[in-house]
Design a protein around this ligand. Structure first.
Ligand code: ZN
Ligand code: FE
Length: 254
C-alpha cells in the first residue's frame, strides 16, 4: 500500500513523501524544503531512497543536495531539465517507468511550464503527482513552452481515469477560483466547488489533493471545448488549443 505524507512548505508549496508499506521504501516528490522533509522522515523512522524531480525550479529541486548529503538518496530527474539539476542518477523521459518498492509509476513528459517537466503517475493506484503542470482550477505558467506544448500536456492528464487523485505542488486554489469565475461564471459545479474551497481555506485546510473528475468539471483550462466558455470568449470556431491559449493569456493578465 502507498502512504502519502503531504508537507506544506515555503510560502505555498507542498512536498510529498510516498512510502510503500510493504517494502518500507520511501521517495520524495521534489525537494522543496530539505529540513522539513528530513524531519518528516525522522519522525516516522523512514529512510529516503530517492527524490523524483518534476522540474528544475528552485522550489522543486532546491533541496536535492541537502537531502543527498543527509540520506545518500538517488536523484531521478527529467532528461529535458537536467542541465539545471546537477548530479542526477537517472534521467527519465516520456513512457519510462520508475519503481517504488513493488509499485511502478509511469513517467509522462508534460512540457510547458518548463520544457523538461515530467509527472509521475501511479496508474494502478489512481494517483498522479503533477508538479506545476496542473493545479486545482488552474495550470502552470508557460515559462518555457507555449500553448502548443502545454495543451497536449494537459490532455495527457485529462485522459487519466476521472477518479485519479491529483497531487499538485502549490496551494493556488483560491486565486485560481477567482479567475475561473470570470471565465465560467454560470457553471454550477464550479460555484459549488468554490463554496467548498472557501470554507476549507477559512479553516486552514488544504484543497490538495483533488480528483481529476472535479477539475474536468470546473477547471477552465481543461474546458476549452465547453460551449459556454467558448461563447463567453467569443471563440466558437477556434480550436481547443486556441481557446486554452486565450484562457492562459487572460490569467497571466488577471
Ligand atoms: Zn515551477
Ligand atoms: Fe513551483
Amino acid at each position: 500500500m502507498l502512504e502519502i505524507v503531504q508537507l506544506p512548505c515555503l510560502s505555498d508549496n507542498y512536498g510529498f513523501l510516498v512510502h510503500d508499506t510493504n517494502t518500507k521504501t520511501t521517495i520524495s516528490i521534489d525537494s522543496p524544503d530539505a529540513k522539513m522533509i528530513t524531519e518528516a522522515l525522522e519522525a516516522r523512522n523512514w529512510l529516503l531512497s530517492a527524490i523524483w524531480n518534476t522540474h528544475h525550479h528552485f522550489d522543486h529541486a532546491g533541496g536535492n543536495a541537502a537531502l543527498v548529503e543527509r540520506w545518500n538518496c538517488k536523484i531521478i530527474a527529467p532528461k529535458g531539465d537536467v542541465k539545471f539539476i546537477p548530479n542526477a542518477d537517472q534521467l527519465v523521459v516520456d513512457g519510462d517507468e520508475v519503481s517504488l518498492g513493488d509499485m511502478t509509476a509511469k513517467v509522462l513528459h508534460t512540457p510547458g511550464h518548463t520544457m523538461g517537466h515530467v509527472i509521475y503517475w501511479f496508474e494502478n493506484e489512481n494517483i498522479a503527482f503533477v508538479g506545476d503542470t496542473l493545479f486545482a482550477l488552474g495550470c502552470g505558467r508557460l515559462f518555457e513552452g507555449g500553448p502548443e506544448d502545454m495543451w497536449p500536456s494537459l490532455q495527457k492528464i485529462m485522459a487519466m481515469a476521472p477518479e485519479t487523485m491529483i497531487y499538485c505542488a502549490h496551494e493556488y486554489t483560491e486565486d485560481n477560483l477567482r479567475f475561473a469565475m470570470t471565465i465560467d461564471p454560470d457553471n454550477l459545479d464550479l460555484i459549488a466547488r468554490g463554496r467548498h474551497i472557501k470554507t476549507k481555506r477559512q479553516n486552514n485546510q488544504w484543497t490538495i489533493p483533488f480528483t481529476l473528475a472535479e477539475d474536468l468539471a470546473t477547471n477552465p483550462f481543461l474546458r476549452a471545448a465547453d460551449p459556454a466558455i467558448r461563447k463567453k470568449l467569443q471563440m466558437q470556431d477556434a480550436s481547443d488549443q486556441q481557446v486554452f491559449a486565450q484562457i492562459r493569456q487572460r490569467k497571466d493578465n488577471f
